[in-house]
Design a protein around this ligand. Structure first.
Ligand SMILES: CC(C)(COP(=O)(O)OP(=O)(O)OC[C@H]1O[C@@H](n2cnc3c(N)ncnc32)[C@H](O)[C@@H]1OP(=O)(O)O)[C@@H](O)C(=O)NCCC(=O)NCCS
Length: 113
């Protein structure tokens, strides 16, 4: 798998090995169609989704929402009380906007080198 989706899948497996908190939607052919890695801090009871991706040919079928809902369930079982996710483009904003309850504006500093 090439491009952004391939890079995200690589991050997904690295993070999953150390945490074991992941949700995967598998297509009928056996390939990964959509996934999210779920991070959880049990001190603040805060969860975070990163990365989240649906392979392009499987997008717009509700798989992104489905993996996030499964992630919410996993987090709730661990005592999580709030979940964050960060989006940088319209499809990701649409996904998170469809399942999360509020938008929190974050300001990020940048130095161009
Ligand atoms: C963002 C992404 C994960 C969405 O996955 P998806 O499986 O297509 O999402 P879904 O089919 O579950 O759609 C969820 C909602 O987002 C909307 N949506 C998804 N893609 C959209 C797009 N390109 N433009 C407008 N709305 C979009 C859907 O209409 C749906 O809204 P609704 O429930 O109100 O009808 C996918 O586009 C992707 O992998 N993008 C690249 C990686 C990325 O940006 N990840 C997120 C940040 S880590």
């Amino acid at each position: 798998m090439a491009g952004v989706a391939g890079a995200l899948v690589a991050i997904f497996f690295a993070a999953t090995l150390s945490l074991g908190l992941a949700v995967v939607a598998v297509a009928a052919g056996g390939e990964i169609a959509s996934f999210c890695t779920v991070w959880f801090d049990d001190v603040t009871r805060t969860g975070y989704f990163e990365p989240v991706a649906t392979v392009p040919e499987h997008q717009r079928r509700g798989l992104g929402k489905a993996v996030l809902w499964e992630g919410f369930k996993k987090l709730q079982r661990m005592g999580c009380t709030r979940v964050f996710a960060t989006a940088y483009d319209p499809p990701a904003d649409a996904l998170y906007g469809s399942v999360m309850s509020s938008y929190v504006l974050a300001e990020t500093w940048l130095k161009e080198l």
